[in-house]
Each structure stands twice: as structure tokens, then as C-alpha cells.
Design a protein around this ligand. Structure first.
Ligand code: TYD
Length: 201
């Protein structure tokens, strides 16, 4: 899909526990301090489809149902919240987007070509940042919280493998998040500053 907007769309991806929520919040705060208008959002979104998905995170359903709901949530969220902000020339940061569908739903056994096909009406972000960590360490960070159907070491190993494989093919930025939060955030800020200079916003 064509990308006719003035803003900048940045996405954080990675396995559960990799830190996409923490780093998207820290980046958003920092960019606001620099005077940018920023929409910080996440998938599953806050709309009705997103709510249904959150309910299904604890229930086994056919993977194609997950894939279709994530794609529907994404396209609606894009239409209602993300695109209007990008058209105004602002920054949008999303905690997860298309690459999560490619990693998680393909790890569930679905055909990647089909997953891409059902996401073809979702615009491509300007930057995908893949936060990388080994699944055991990641799940330790989530201890004490109720686990979703995706949060087990073997499944997340597959998911991580797909994220890294896609990053290689698509030249995405991969950041090791076993390092302390402030070090990781510093790296992210540098990369994003370069992107913003290039985009002249
Ligand atoms: P998570 O990001 O942990 O949400 P929360 O904001 O509630 O902490 O949960 C979303 C889960 O859904 C996570 O395990 C990844 C998975 N997921 C997919 O399987 N496909 C997708 O397309 C997306 C966006 C997420």
C-alpha cells in the first residue's frame, strides 16, 4: 500500500519479555520532551477487536482465527488512530505490528505468504526495531504474571528465530535487550534521531 503521509511510523517488535512496552514508553516520553507530537499505541489495540484478541490470548483457537483477528485489529487501528496522526506529520510509535503476526502466527504453523497477504492493506512502518533476548531470560522477566498461550520457551524460540530471520532479509535493526534498560534506550534514541533527521521532521 502506498505511504502518503508526512509523519514517521516506528514499530517495536520482539518476543514477550523483550521489552517492547518499556522501550516504546521511554522513547515516546523522550520524543515528547524534544517537542514532537507523539502517539504511543500498541497491538492488540484498545478497539473491540483488540479486546476480543486479549480474551483469546488465554484460549486455544485455530491459528488462522488469531491471524485474521490480528490483521483486522491492525487495519481498523490504522484507519482510526495511526493514519490520522501520520497525515498530520506526527510520530507514531507502536508496540508490535505486522512483524508480530509474521513471527507468532507463522510459528503457529501458518503459511507466511498468506499472513502477508491478509496484511497487505496495512502500511509499512518507516522503521522496525526488533528487541532481541533469549526466551528463558525473557520469561523470567514476566514471572508472577498470568501467562498467555504464547508464553512458553519452546514456542518463543521459534518466534525469536523468525524475527531474526526476517530482520536479516529486511535489514531491520536488531537490539540486544539483555543489557541494562538505559543502555538499550540510549542506542534506540541514537537510531531514531538519525531516522528523524533523514525524514526532516
Ligand atoms: P502483549 O504484547 O504481551 O500485550 P500486552 O500489551 O497486553 O502486554 O501481548 C500480545 C501477544 O499477542 C503477544 O504474545 C504477541 C501476540 N501477537 C501475535 O501473536 N500476533 C500479532 O500480530 C500481535 C500484534 C501480537
Amino acid at each position: 500500500m502506498s505511504r502518503e503521509y508526512k509523519g514517521v511510523f516506528i514499530v517495536f517488535e520482539g518476543i514477550d519479555g523483550a521489552g517492547s512496552t518499556t522501550h516504546s514508553i521511554l522513547l515516546s516520553k523522550w520524543l515528547k520532551e524534544q517537542g514532537y507530537e507523539v502517539l504511543l499505541t500498541r497491538e492488540p489495540s484498545e478497539n473491540q477487536i483488540g479486546k476480543l484478541i486479549r480474551h483469546l490470548l488465554y484460549k486455544k483457537v485455530p491459528p488462522a482465527v488469531d491471524a485474521l483477528l490480528f490483521a483486522a485489529d491492525r487495519i481498523l487501528h490504522l484507519h482510526e488512530e495511526i493514519k490520522p496522526m501520520l497525515e498530520k506529520g506526527n510520530i507514531v510509535i507502536s508496540d508490535r505490528y505486522i512483524e508480530s503476526s509474521l513471527a507468532y502466527q507463522v510459528a503457529q504453523g501458518l503459511d507466511p505468504t498468506w499472513v502477508l497477504e491478509i496484511n497487505k492493506y496495512a502500511i509499512q512502518p518507516d522503521m522496525n526495531i526488533i528487541l532481541d533476548i533469549d526466551p528463558k531470560t525473557a520469561l523470567k522477566r514476566k514471572e508472577g504474571k498470568k501467562s498467555t498461550k504464547f508464553e512458553n520457551v519452546d514456542f518463543l524460540k521459534k518466534v525469536r528465530g523468525i524475527f531474526l530471520e526476517r530482520a536479516k532479509i529486511k535489514n531491520y535493526i536488531v537490539i540486544d535487550t539483555t543489557e541494562p534498560i538505559n543502555k538499550v534506550q540510549e542506542k534506540i534514541r541514537k537510531i531514531v534521531s538519525t531516522l528523524l533527521q533523514r525524514k526532516l521532521i
